[in-house]
Design a protein around this ligand. Structure first.
Ligand code: NDP
Ligand code: 2IT
Length: 459
């Protein structure tokens, strides 16, 4: 009769072998998809204890199904530029998992968009959406279109062509896209206008993040950034820390970054730096968010233009240099893989106390290891930035019941949702003997709900 420890040991080996086998399959099927492989590898790493405790997941081949998207759609997006020349981009929609609801996730317009990027984002979205507690499955999409330097009419023509194809695959009870990098209110307006024209029907619930006059929700614009700070606030409180009087650095200067800065400042933090893909600004007097909004939201200018109104601020033309600024709290809110081992070590040496991912996968696994081995509080994207999609689901609820909630109502629900996500991540980590590890907690809490539902639905 094997002793208990010996038995556990063999079970652990068996599970680790199985998780390695899953990764081998994913690598074989998607050999060149760097970001997708990165996201899957990091996720599988969290699951050992949940598979030891619940053999049913292995018996039902849940992971084999979970790592393979239900559907990947790629399509041509032809459009005519302002010089009358035909341009062609590639559009994507990955409908990854519909176990707990219709596919839900944003659209990204950026030259770096590829199958790998859309699949990593779609994969993460499954578990993020599960964490929100709302009935939404995981999806993501976009195009390798570069909105920078394009006229308003070019953006409109591109969006119309993109939606002409995408409309075949989406619907308020099928797949509900929203914004992400390069897709904000303006783009969603053009996409919605074209969807309406093509379908001949007024389905407000087919997109979220819409303008307020045609079914958008108050609070959606702020939700990802505010939600990030609500999560950080909970995490700091639990460690007897506070945002008040803390020094905060936030990368990016787009939707997530702006509203994370705004909420952090309102809670007493001193936000000293933010960035765009060209460089970063450092303002020791504290970043003036209204100026950032004016520069980036209203004028789509470069962050460098902030200095016109704040001569004391400094500009540096290397965006990754932002992580060399000493801070208590670091919030990467721009893009994937912004913080690697080097940047993580810089933050560590400068005394960072907490890092929270406002963007999707902004920290590499090496960076996360640096934080975790030095007991820095670390909060993963799928939990931290879930407030955006959670508010999108609230927008869907308002659309289907044809009502509009006040900003305060949405914001109160958002705070409640972020608190629940934090508690569920902490509890899942504790239940599986990984107390304090929010990466494992978020992955397990997100995974078990989707996996159990897949078993209920059968093969
Ligand atoms: P935006 O397009 O509004 O803003 C992106 C910002 O990041 C811009 O300031 C952009 O600068 C900057 N940026 C892009 N690449 C880099 C880089 N390499 N270094 C420094 N800055 C960079 O996008 P969002 O704010 O919506 O999205 C930001 C992140 O948050 C993404 O990872 C997205 O997936 C994630 N997210 C977004 C949600 C939402 O509701 N919008 C919800 C959950 C997650 P530039 O202007 O130069 O391009
Ligand atoms: O990454 C994300 O969660 C988003 N871009 C928001 C998705 C949504 O459907 O609101």
């Amino acid at each position: 009769m094997p002793t208990k420890t010996k038995k556990n040991h063999t079970e652990q080996e068996k599970v680790e072998k199985y998780l390695d086998y899953i990764l081998t399959i994913v690598k074989r099927r998607n050999p060149h998809e760097k970001e997708f492989l990165q996201a899957v590898k990091m996720f599988l790493h969290s699951l050992t204890s949940v598979f030891i405790k619940n053999p049913k997941y292995m018996e039902h081949n849940i992971l084999e199904r979970m790592v393979e998207p239900e559907r990947v759609i790629t399509f041509q997006v032809p459009w005519v530029d302002d010089h009358g020349k035909m341009q062609v981009n590639r559009g994507y929609r990955v409908q990854f998992n519909s176990a707990i609801g219709p596919y839900k996730g944003g659209l990204r317009f950026h030259p770096s968009v590829s199958t790998s990027i859309v699949k990593f984002l779609g994969f993460e979205q499954i578990f993020k959406n599960s964490l929100t507690g709302q009935p939404i499955g995981g999806g993501k999409g976009g195009a390798d279109f570069n909105p920078k330097g394009k006229s308003n009419n070019e953006i409109m023509r591109f969006c119309q062509s993109f939606m002409t194809e995408l409309a075949k695959y989406i619907g308020p009870d099928i797949d509900i896209p929203a914004g992400d990098i390069g897709v904000g209110k303006r783009e969603l307006g053009y996409l919605f206008g074209q969807y309406k024209r093509i379908s001949g029907q007024y389905h407000a619930g087919v997109l979220t993040g819409k303008g307020l006059s045609y079914g958008g929700s108050l609070g959606r614009t702020e939700a990802t950034g505010y939600g990030t700070i609500y999560f950080v606030d909970e995490m700091l409180k639990d460690a007897d820390l506070s945002l008040e009087d803390s020094t905060v650095v936030v990368s990016g200067s787009g939707n997530v970054s702006i509203y994370a800065m705004e909420k952090a400042i309102s809670l007493g933090a001193n936000v000293v730096a933010c960035s765009d893909s060209d460089g970063y600004i450092y303002d020791e007097n504290g970043i003036n968010v209204e100026t950032v909004k004016k520069v980036k939201e209203q004028n789509s200018d470069r962050i460098h233009a902030y200095l016109k109104e704040h001569q004391d601020a400094k500009y540096f033309s290397d965006c990754s240099g932002i992580w060399s600024i000493p801070c208590d709290v670091a919030l990467p809110c721009a893009t994937q893989n912004e913080i690697d081992r080097v940047e993580a070590n810089q933050l560590l040496v400068n005394g960072v106390k907490a890092v929270a991912e406002g963007a999707n996968m902004p920290c590499t696994s090496e960076a996360i290891r640096v934080f975790q081995t030095h007991d820095i509080l670390f909060a993963p994207a799928k939990a931290v930035n879930a407030g955006g999609v959670a508010a999108s689901a609230l927008e869907m609820a308002q659309n289907s019941s044809r009502i509009s909630w006040s900003f305060e109502e949405v914001d109160t629900m958002l705070q409640e949702i972020m608190k629940n996500i934090y508690t569920n991540c902490v509890q899942a980590a504790e239940n599986y003997n990984h107390s304090g590890n929010l990466v494992i907690g978020a992955d397990i809490a997100g995974f078990t709900k989707v996996a159990d539902t897949m078993i209920e639905h059968g093969a």
